[in-house]
Design a protein. Structure first.
Length: 160
C-alpha cells in the first residue's frame, strides 16, 4: 500500500500542476432518462470516466497515450505483486506441518512483514488521539459522577 502511495506521488510530480492547465469547468450532460440515473452508455468506457474525472478535478486535457501506458504498467505490476503474494501464501499453506520452532520462526517473520506495512502515526497524531481519549474519559467520569450523586440523593429521599 505504501508503494502505491509512493507511485501516486511520483505520477503527480511528473504531471503539470492543475492550476497551470485548469480550464473552465464543464457542466455534466443531462441524462436521457427521466429518473435521474446516468445514461449507461456514458459509463461503458473506463477512458471516458477517467477523462470526466480529470475534467472535474480541473485538468482540461486528457492523459496522453504515454501516461495511459504508464498507468496500465503500474497497475499490471501491482497485480503481478498481488498474484505473487497469493502464490507464496498458497505455497506456505500447502506445505506439510513443520515443527514448533519452524512455525514460530515463520510466525515471527510474517508478523515482522506485517508490521513493516503498518502506517504508524506521527507524534502529532498520537498526542491528538491521546487528548481525545483523556477528554472523553473526563467527560464520562463527570457524567457518571453526577448520575451517581443524583441516584444517591433519590435513594436517600425514598428511604427516609
Amino acid at each position: 500500500m505504501a508503494r502505491n502511495r509512493k507511485r501516486a506521488k511520483e505520477r503527480r510530480a511528473r504531471r503539470p500542476s492543475s492550476a497551470a492547465v485548469a480550464g473552465p469547468r464543464l457542466a455534466t450532460a443531462p441524462t436521457e432518462r427521466g429518473d435521474g440515473a446516468p445514461n449507461p452508455l456514458e459509463h461503458a468506457n473506463p477512458d471516458v470516466e477517467l477523462a470526466d474525472a480529470q475534467i472535474a478535478l480541473g485538468r482540461g486535457e486528457p492523459l496522453d497515450q504515454a501516461e495511459i501506458e504508464l498507468e496500465q504498467e503500474l497497475l499490471d505490476e501491482d497485480l503481478e505483486e498481488q498474484r505473487e503474494e497469493r502464490a507464496a501464501t498458497a505455497a506456505a499453506v500447502a506445505q506439510p506441518r513443520a515443527g514448533l520452532a519452524a512455525r514460530l520462526v515463520g510466525f515471527l517473520q510474517g508478523s515482522w512483514r506485517e508490521l513493516q506495512r503498518v502506517q504508524w502515526p506521527d507524534r502529532r497524531q498520537v498526542v491528538q488521539a491521546t487528548g481525545v481519549v483523556i477528554g472523553f474519559v473526563i467527560v464520562a467520569g463527570v457524567f457518571l459522577g453526577l448520575a451517581d450523586l443524583v441516584a444517591q440523593k433519590i435513594m436517600t429521599f425514598i428511604l427516609k
